[in-house]
Design a protein around this ligand. Structure first.
Ligand code: ATP
Length: 371
């Protein structure tokens, strides 16, 4: 890799190529070698990839609004769009001689690549727009990275929520992007509407309340040019994430659960005027914390696999490539079921949460915790 050339093209805040490229990792997939940035550095987004002569910028981090009443008008000065935020995994699809799918941290995922080619069929899009990246959420119960269930999705699907210039990372304006997606028949997240900042407080609140009733994740608010974004999530999402965090208490860490508690507390303070409603909400949250943790302790005692459960489906070759990719990341996997249906291979597996398993086993055997 010619570091000087990519240093200039990346326009980072680093003072020299060495300071920037020491943070990139060299990786390979099939017969390609590429360099990826595993965490944001020097103004360059996490997951940015240099592959052959192409740069694919990472997807930017989206700030979170904690209090709608003050957060929305202070963040947005002009009209904004509210879209649904889907709970899945961030995938960027770019044309590197052929469409490749990159994960959030910049891995080429063979499974997601195959699914993106099949479900989005982006060849025609890339013929016209080779310099653009499709930013999509892979959602549904059958993916190797996420498990949130949607009523209308049996296996998995993509929702294209952004289209950006591959190298600069600049987004298309929201309307242009939605029109382009419609033209190529790419599924998109729901658009709730356009709002002036003051009206958007109520718009965001209504959208969040409706999504919460349907156990959906939340919203992303976006300026018309797509450059500024802020996210806001539902109570059901906070509880789902707390349940997940407390089901793997020694793997997820305190920061993970504390940040979810803070989100939930600020929303409860803003939404729940009625003391009875607040108390009911507190009870729901207590259940989200305690029940999964107790279940994990009991499962460990029964010597069941402890960790996140996933189901994946694809051709035998796609599934082999996926497992090779997952083992490359040093994950411990416990395959629970491996079967064929109509020529497809379907595998259910657990990504073993080793710290949780070992720590709980230790406490169950010793019965003592020395602070
Ligand atoms: P990260 O560090 O990966 O940003 P995070 O947990 O801070 O993780 P999330 O809460 O997952 O971020 O929210 C940002 C993500 O939401 C985006 O990266 C994108 O994958 C996803 N997303 C889902 N729907 C949309 C949408 N309509 N617009 C923008 N992003 C969306």
């Amino acid at each position: 890799m010619d570091e000087q050339e990519y240093f200039v093209r990346l326009e980072s805040t680093a003072s020299n190529p060495e300071d920037l490229f020491e943070h990139f990792e060299q990786r390979s997939t099939a017969d390609r070698t590429y360099h990826a940035l595993p965490s944001a550095r020097h103004g360059i987004e996490r997951g940015t990839v240099v592959i052959e002569d192409t740069i694919v910028r990472g997807y930017p981090k989206i700030p979170r609004v904690l209090v709608l009443n003050v957060g929305v008008p202070s963040f947005f000065e002009q009209e904004l769009a509210i879209e649904e935020k889907l709970d899945g995994v961030n995938v960027r699809i770019a044309d590197i001689g052929e469409p490749l799918a990159f994960t959030r941290s910049g891995y080429v995922c063979p499974y997601t690549t195959a699914r993106a080619r099949e479900l989005l069929d982006p060849a025609a899009f890339f013929r016209e727009h080779p310099e653009k990246t499709l930013c999509a959420e892979l959602v549904g119960p059958e993916t190797p990275y996420t498990t949130h269930d949607y009523d209308d999705i049996d296996s998995h699907t993509f929702r294209v929520f952004d289209i950006r210039h591959r190298e600069s990372g600049r987004p298309l304006p929201v309307t242009d992007r939605r029109e382009l997606c419609a033209a190529y028949e790419f599924p998109q997240p729901r658009l709730f509407g356009w709002y002036e900042p003051r009206e958007a407080i109520e718009g965001a609140r209504e959208a969040t309340t409706e999504l919460n009733r349907k156990d959906r994740e939340g919203i992303v608010m976006k300026t018309l040019n797509g450059e500024q974004m802020a996210k806001y999530t539902t109570e059901s999402q906070h509880h789902e994430e707390l349940a997940y965090g407390f089901s793997l208490p020694f793997d997820r860490g305190r920061d993970f659960v504390f940040s979810r508690l803070v989100r939930e507390a600020f929303q409860a303070a803003e939404f729940e005027d009625d003391d009875d409603q607040l108390r009911k909400r507190a009870q729901r949250m207590g259940e989200a914390i305690l029940l999964p943790m107790v279940e994990t302790i009991r499962n460990t005692a029964d010597e069941q696999a402890v960790g996140e459960r996933f189901t994946v489906r694809g051709t035998p070759q796609q599934i082999d490539a996926l497992f090779e990719h997952l083992y490359d990341q040093s994950l411990t996997l416990d395959v629970q079921d491996d079967r064929r249906e109509d020529g497809e291979r379907i595998v259910e597996f657990v990504k073993v949460a080793e710290s949780t398993r070992d720590q709980i086993q230790y406490y169950l055997e010793e019965g003592i915790h020395r602070e």
